[in-house]
Design a protein around this ligand. Sequence first.
Ligand SMILES: Cc1cc2nc3c(=O)[nH]c(=O)nc-3n(C[C@H](O)[C@H](O)[C@H](O)COP(=O)(O)OP(=O)(O)OC[C@H]3O[C@@H](n4cnc5c(N)ncnc54)[C@H](O)[C@@H]3O)c2cc1C
Length: 555
Amino acid sequence: MRIVIVGGVAGGMSAAARARRLSEDAEIIVFERGEHPSFANCGLPYYVSGEITDESDLLVQTPESLRAALDLDVRVRHEVVGVDPAARTVRVRNADGEHTVGYDALILSPGARAVRPPLPGLDSPRVQTLRTVGEAVRLRERLDDLPDGGRAVVLGAGFIGLEAAEGLRLQGLEVDVVELSEHVLPPLETELAALIREELTGLGIRVHEGIGATAVETGAAADTVVLGDGSRLAADIVVLSVGVRPDTEVFEAAGIACERGALVVDEHGRTSAPHVWAVGDATVAVDRVTGVRRPVPLAGPANRAGRLVADHILTPDRARPIPQPLGTAIVRVGGLTAALTGANRRSLEAAGIDYRTVHLHPGSHAGYFPGAEQIHLLLHFRAGDGLLLGAQAVGADGVDKRIDVLATALANGMTAPELIDLDLAYAPPYGSAKDPVNLAGMIAENVLDGALELWYADDGLPGPEALLLDVRDPDEVAQDALPGALTIPHTQIRERLDEVTAAAARRPVLIYCASGLRSYLAYRVLRAAGLPAKNLSGGLLTYRALHPARELDPV
Ligand SMILES: Cc1cc2nc3c(=O)[nH]c(=O)nc-3n(C[C@H](O)[C@H](O)[C@H](O)COP(=O)(O)OP(=O)(O)OC[C@H]3O[C@@H](n4cnc5c(N)ncnc54)[C@H](O)[C@@H]3O)c2cc1C
């Protein structure tokens, strides 16, 4: 059997290696358009930053090592320029011209290309994308050639854009990041993205949100990036990172079914053409939470799908279906980590799913053990049955582990209250006896069973129809408070209940503290006394992330 694979990096090379492990007899040919198979695309920004010092560290394998270890026939600088599914052949172009190669099974893993919006000036030599080892090396060389005080503009503040921006900043450049969406890291909820914006600013990176570039003007000494409001940013380097689109023209032209440019596949990766499978960034996936069909351009799903497709070709009776992705993703920004899994608010609303959200800010480990950092965590779950829908977190420590636990819970169809019972590893340097994941489940359970009614920072401040009650200590109130709030420390709520009752005058009482914990205690006292009360989800910490204090706000 001859298996031909198009694309020799994440999905393609996983499929090739698994195919060999399943069959010593198969002939396995991998065509890779670029210079390197199996390179570390996810590592490219860290080569730009200088943290990965040696270009060779990005080259995980070579055609020679793949031949030696797995007897793979990897042909780099070979581009597949046509497919004839009826004849079961691909047309391949290399330096010597074009030739035709037959296949018994064809696996397409061509990945995605950088989106190039129709902006004047993007053809400037100072503008580049960051998708290949060659591009990363070129960027580093240009950095080395720049005089001190070089300037970079990064267009797009998604995961790769932010990694590139931080890398350039670490190399000493002045960096501007421009993001057309309302905030950096668009998939992150606004209240968490605000923390990332602050971190970027702390790194000395200037952030332009809710605005796009309209042109790049080429100059003799530097280019100028013009923004929608007319402002102008000088740039020695412009990194274009505004998204990707499936690299599928050749396959679509061959009649293989595509949906908005992405190859349509079934649960085993089969395309519409017989004997042709596809995986990775080039394919449509069905979002596990919302059911929406879209590409999920992440390395994990591509690698795992590559393996499963090889299983389906060589051991079809035993092959497991390719799971629907959750889109679990993570990024380092300065001293912070941002991570998410499952659906966000926007996708839940678009899908018409009725959901609830809880915010919490627990420590990464026991507060009495030195070095605990706050984790800013939020959880979305279905109204009614509490099915987990999504989770996001930002913090300096322990974010990766919590989101990975929550991704596992989501993948297993757990409800938010079932998080309470997760038996997670604990000793003071690592976590708490009630881990943040357990705590998130407890708060969610309280919401679901009516023990806790929340109000949200998105709602803004109440008018005269409600009483605002701040239950923090006076020194905290002196630092920052919401205007018009009655302030009573939570420890005095029981003895000053009459005062609250009188001030409320039958109006709902909207309680808050710093994080939502002390206000929950006060909330329970008020509810036991029959007062209609609600607790601010995530407390003032979440509120201020959405509505920063201005100097003129009365305290
Ligand atoms: C800078 C950067 C950082 C990233 N960081 C992360 C991260 O931290 N975490 C994460 O989950 N994901 C990350 N990703 C995304 C991840 O790399 C991709 O999701 C993953 O590589 C997709 O695998 P794939 O096999 O579909 O495509 P790729 O790995 O991109 O491989 C496709 C290959 O196919 C080749 N090809 C295309 N068309 C043809 C053709 N016609 N003939 C021959 N060859 C062809 C291309 O040259 C390419 O090498 C990052 C991507 C980049 C660029």
